[in-house]
Structure formats: C-alpha cells, structure tokens
Design a protein around this ligand. Sequence first.
Ligand code: PTJ
Length: 270
Amino acid sequence: MNEETEIPQEHPRAESLRIRKRLVNHCKAGIVAEAGLVAHGRGEAFDYLQGEKTTENAFKAIEAAAAALLTAKKHPVISVNGNTAALVAKDIVKLAEVTGAKIEVNLFHRSVDREIAIKKLLEEAGAKQVLGVGEAASARIAEIGSERRRVDPEGILVADVVLVPLEDGDRTEALEKMGKKVIAIDLNPLSRTAQFATITIVDNLMRAMPTLVEIAEELKKEDRSKLNRILANFSNKKNLGEAICLINQRLLELAKKGTYISISPKARET
Ligand code: PTJ
C-alpha cells in the first residue's frame, strides 16, 4: 500500500493528508472499519486544539503507562483495533517486546475477515503471537454489550493491565470494574474512555506509541520501587483536568493574539 502517492510534498498539511490516505487505503484493504475514518476525524480535531504535539501532561501519562505495563503482575495485553493496526503496527510489536505484553485483536465492528487481516499486518510488522482471532476469542465478558465482549482466555480475560489505544468507553468501564488497570490513548480528554481509564494518554497515537516504547525501554532499567513511585504520584483525574485546561489556555492565547481573526493587523490597530 503506498500512502505517499498523490500527496504534494509542499502541501502545508501533507503529513495529515498522508495519514488520512493511509487509513483510507487500509479501510479498502479491510483493516480499518468505515467508522474508524470518522473516529480519526474526531481525533484530528482534538489534535488541532492541542497544537499537534505531545504535551508535558501527556508525557506524564506516558511515563505512568510505561510503569504500569512494566509492573503488571500477570501479563499486560495490548488490545489492537483497525485504526491502531493501520497507524502503529511496528510500535505495537516493539512495545510488546520491551514490556513482555501480549498482543490481542479486539474489534468493535467485529468480523473474522478483518481480524485475520489485522493479524497478518501485525505479523508482517514482526509479531510472533497474535491472540483473539476467530475461535481463539472464546471467552466472554458479560458486562460488555458490544462484540468487544469476545476475548481470548489467554489474553484480555486474565490480564491485569490492558492498553486500549482508540477505544469506546463501555469496555474501559467494564475492564475497570473487573479490577484491571486500563491505559487509554485518546486525544479527546472528555470521552468516556478517557474519563474511565486508570491512565489516559491524551495524545495522538502516532506520537504517543513510539514515545511509550522509548520510555518503557528506559524505565525497564530502573528498580521496581521507582516504577511504583511513578504510579503512586500519578492522578488521572488531575492529569485530565490539566489536559482540558491546556486546550482552554491555548484557545485563549490564540484568541488574544488574534491569530485566527481574519482582519489585517493594521485594521486591528485602529
Ligand atoms: O476497529 P474497530 O472495529 O474496533 O473500531 C474502532 C473505532 C475507532 C471505530 C471504535 O473504537 C470507535 O467508534 O471509537 P470512538 O468511540 O469513535 O472513539 C475513538 C476515540 O479515539 C475518539 O475519542 C477520538 O478522539 C480518538 N482518536 C481518533 N484518532 C486518534 C484518537 N486518539 C489518539 N490518536 C489518534 N490517532
């Protein structure tokens, strides 16, 4: 799949257009759900509001997420859906290697064909084992209404820490009720997922995942007491509040500067 074609290099939003093209191509290839394209649009809007960069606030959550993955008591699981596979397959594999996490396909718009296509993509990216495909998702989580309730008995069902990049809130709430730590990556700090998760990384998946790999590699060298301290000092409620304030502040600053007011500076002076 060549997502580079047809996007002019000099276009001011070339990178954003390339990512859209990649998602559309992966949708045509049966990896991304049609609804995944809509979800991406919502994410883009929130990314815009946050200046399209990893904030200090997101960095704190990434550090806590790495600590949670590295201190998992049973084993952590990275839950993969269509958008995540299309955007960060290689980082998923790297993160699984660094943290010892298992990789499980778990879809909202479930179809076995799509599960198989996602598994193949992950294997091409280097994954040795991919859970949750077809009959392997033989366990059920009763509290979840959607098709996401079908899980692998060797994966999400028994995991104590689950990373759910790009999610719908119901499953996050159900997994939390089961006593699992849920790490979400969601650009929308107001979403139900963001609000219910144990640790919410309010950042773009494409920036957050490589950073998470890097931080996990660094923290892996530290002793457990340091990791426990990072977790104890992290408050998701506080962090989400800060993420919302940051959007507010940024908009106020932009409005003050008049950056987006379409009158000439001269006219503004008068
Ligand atoms: O592949 P499937 O069948 O599991 O379907 C996946 C989708 C994404 C369709 C499903 O999980 C869904 O409907 O999700 P929602 O409820 O639309 O939520 C997606 C959230 O992810 C929204 O809050 C978006 O702001 C956010 N989001 C979208 N793209 C990104 C993102 N967050 C981080 N990075 C992104 N690139």
